[in-house]
Design a protein around this ligand. Structure first.
Ligand code: HEC
Length: 149
């Protein structure tokens, strides 16, 4: 009997802990959301760095197209996760105060990434040129919406 009471208490404590950690939207811990969106941004970073290496001719260019496709996908993932209004990390609160502007920057990135992808598909990996640079305008957003240490 005592053991059952103890188990019951542990279950209630665990439930209370879980409830306290669940975000307003009822999904995950806020810290996990922040960690997750930073992972997505790091994926952006890895692909942008890889494209930089290709553009400078230090590595072969066969993967140019798929690096841009990967950027397009993680850009969409970023939009989905930033839609959840979880302040913290290095994300400025202005993101959710000026959501249309912030989302507009993700839309612009999406358009430019699609243009780069079309260009590469039509004319080969060496053709991305200026559209590639436009598609990598990450700083336009970071300057306004990311805390810089
Ligand atoms: C529309 C806005 C926006 C765009 C576009 C954007 N970022 Fe970010 N990025 C952010 C915000 C906001 C954060 C801070 C997230 C946080 O700390 O929760 C961030 C964080 C990061 C981080 C730090 C991740 C970490 O480990 O904490 C890196 C690296 C990064 N971005 C790279 C990029 C690259 C590369 C691109 C372009 C290919 C890009 N970002 C495009 C808004 C943007």
């Amino acid at each position: 009997m005592k053991l059952i009471t103890k188990l019951g208490c542990a279950a209630v404590a665990a439930a209370a802990f879980w409830t306290a950690g669940v975000s307003a939207q009822g999904y995950f811990l806020d810290g996990s959301i922040i960690d997750y969106r930073q992972q997505i941004m790091r994926a952006q970073d890895a692909n942008a760095a890889a494209i930089g290496m290709i553009l400078t001719g230090t590595v072969p260019n066969e993967n140019m197209l798929t690096h841009f496709e990967a950027l397009l996908l993680s850009n969409r993932q970023a939009r989905d996760i930033f839609e959840m209004e979880i302040e913290g990390g290095n994300a400025k609160p202005e993101i959710w105060e000026n959501w249309d502007d912030f989302a507009g920057k993700l839309d612009t990135a999406e358009e430019n990434l699609k243009l780069a992808i079309e260009e590469i598909k039509a004319n080969g990996p060496g053709a991305a040129g200026e559209v590639a640079i436009a598609a990598l305008a990450c700083k336009d957003c970071h300057d306004v919406y990311k805390v810089t240490e």
